[in-house]
Design a protein around this ligand. Structure first.
Ligand code: AMP
Length: 505
């Protein structure tokens, strides 16, 4: 078997007339189109002087052409570098100077603002790509030859760089190899029972590992069809469920769908699998979804640097509040943060992972790479967790979100789960804020159900007999919504910043 990621996709292709992507405005891209259009794009890139190992930075709105461009880059031996569409010109300036791409492809609407930035970063070619098959890059593609012999690449050669959505310090470019991506996609196809009969509802962004690699690579390797939505649209999703077999979403997808009165067993009866990840799924959402649809959401855990690490089982119990078992070929261990020794089951520590899925390091940051990748190949994820008696992995929050109060560790997920179980609470976030006596004060930010009559005192009373005193929030703040990024992650850094003077002012 070739180790080139595209060759593996090519070999897995079903009948070339079969539709790979269908958009909501009726555009259909067959597997044959995938091969010929990505060849045309690869030819254009090569004519532009793109050589093996060159970076191609891309900040464009979601479209099938952006997926084809990803494939074209790897066929041309280049490194695909997708950028979040929300990044501002100042942020793009950082990414282009850091990654030094040969080519930058942006949205036609932003070319005037971004082309001087690209010029400053010495990008050789800046082109555009819109969502309606428009833009200067696609103009060139139209007349290019539809055949291309993929450039030879080894398993450890880079296929992509994805910048982490880091909230502390500079964003880091995670270097992912052909084998990192291919091995993970192969594992997921088997573990989640994907076949060419599958039809996936795809409403995730494609600049992030979830929508780009998990969803797209799995479908390419299984030979299925993608129903491609520009973004989350609950009406469309409900309408598509009678044709689809599976959906991959962030927890927000599920909470938003639960708000629709139409969601029931009947509307989801054609579906075989609902997958959630990228942020913690509330146990309540898991329960409600099961009650309304009869389906147990399958929660999995992954990250930009590692692809997917663990998953609840396809067959067997999908346990709410856990992220399941290590995937085949992936090792997970829990270590003590100070001694780095492996901890026994049920003890909380740092989650570390090792396997063919784990990235090659951070782009031009050897010190950061050395800090986070151990000599024995384990990657220190930055997530705190434990493995229970049955082998299920539990995530208790990011290490940087750990609250240390009066010298005691408070794991946010534990307190959040207790608060979320209180009648009238939708969800909560525990943060640590500077406190002159305790170092950090445990603080709860809570979203109440509409009309719920809950105050600070009632919450504390409800928690008092359930968790140790040092874990009790010192203050409770009520908000209408928790701030989230596009992947559904609660932005605790924003909450910490907003309320930093709560105990010190
Ligand atoms: P990203 O690199 O943007 O994909 O973010 C990865 C981080 O998201 C992980 O390190 C976890 O903190 C979090 N994450 C991903 N999946 C889950 C999950 N199922 N439950 C809880 N946190 C998750």
């Amino acid at each position: 078997m070739s180790c080139h990621l595209y060759d593996q996709f090519r070999q897995a292709m079903p009948d070339l007339d079969k539709v790979f992507i269908e958009t909501m405005d009726g555009r259909k891209i067959t597997y044959g189109d995938v091969d010929s259009c990505s060849a045309q794009m690869a030819n254009v890139l090569t004519e532009l002087g793109v050589a093996i190992g060159d970076r191609i930075a891309v900040q464009v709105e979601k479209s099938p052409d952006a997926i084809l461009l990803y494939l074209a880059c790897i066929r041309a031996g280049a490194i695909f570098l997708p950028l979040n569409t929300a990044y501002t010109p100042a942020e793009i300036d950082y990414f282009l100077s850091d990654a030094e791409p040969r080519v930058f492809i942006c949205d036609p609407a932003h070319i005037d603002k971004l082309s001087p930035i690209a010029k400053k970063a010495k990008v050789s070619h800046t082109l555009t790509m819109g969502t309606k098959r428009d833009g200067t890059f696609l103009d060139q593609v139209k007349t290019a030859l539809p055949e291309f012999q993929s450039k030879e690449r080894g398993p450890d050669d880079l296929a992509a760089i994805l910048y982490t959505s880091g909230t502390t310090g500079r964003s880091k470019g995670a270097m992912l190899s052909h084998e990192n991506l291919a091995s993970n996609a192969r594992t997921l196809v088997t573990y989640w029972h994907f076949t060419s009969n599958d039809v996936l509802i795809h409403a995730l962004p494609i600049y992030h590992t979830h929508g780009l690699f998990v969803a797209t690579n799995v479908m390419l390797l299984s030979g299925g069809t993608i129903l491609f939505l520009p973004k989350l649209d609950t009406t469309q999703i409900l309408r598509l469920m009678n044709r689809a077999t599976c959906m991959m979403g962030v927890p927000t997808f599920y909470t938003r769908l639960l708000e629709t009165p139409e969601l029931n067993k009947d509307i989801t009866r054609h579906m075989r699998l609902f997958i959630s990840g990228s942020a913690p799924l509330l146990a309540e959402t898991h329960r409600e979804w099961r009650a309304r649809t009869g389906h147990a959401i399958l929660e999995r855990y992954g990250m930009t640097e590692t692809n997917m690490n663990t998953s609840n089982p396809y067959e067997g119990d999908r346990i709410a509040g856990t992220v399941g078992f290590p995937l085949p070929g992936v090792e997970v261990r829990i270590t003590d943060q100070e001694s780095a020794k492996t901890l026994p089951q049920n003890e909380i520590g740092m989650i570390e992972v090792r396997g063919p899925n784990v990235f090659k390091g951070y782009w031009r940051m050897p010190e950061k790479t050395a800090e986070e990748l151990r000599a024995d190949g384990f990657f220190i994820t930055g997530d705190l967790g434990k493995i229970d008696d049955k082998g299920y992995v539990h995530i208790l929050g990011r290490n940087k979100d750990l609250v240390i109060t009066g010298g005691f560790n408070v794991y946010p997920a534990e307190v959040e789960a207790e608060i979320d179980a209180i009648e009238g609470v939708v969800e909560s976030a525990i943060i640590g804020l500077p406190h002159k006596d305790f170092g950090e004060g445990v603080t709860a930010v809570i979203v109440k159900k509409k009309g719920a009559d809950l105050n600070e005192k009632q919450i504390i009373t409800a928690l008092e007999n359930r968790i140790a005193k040092f874990k009790l929030p010192k203050r409770i703040l009520f908000l209408d919504d928790l701030p989230r990024n596009t992947m559904g992650k609660v932005q605790k850094n924003l909450l910490r910043e907003t309320y930093k003077d709560l105990y010190t002012a």
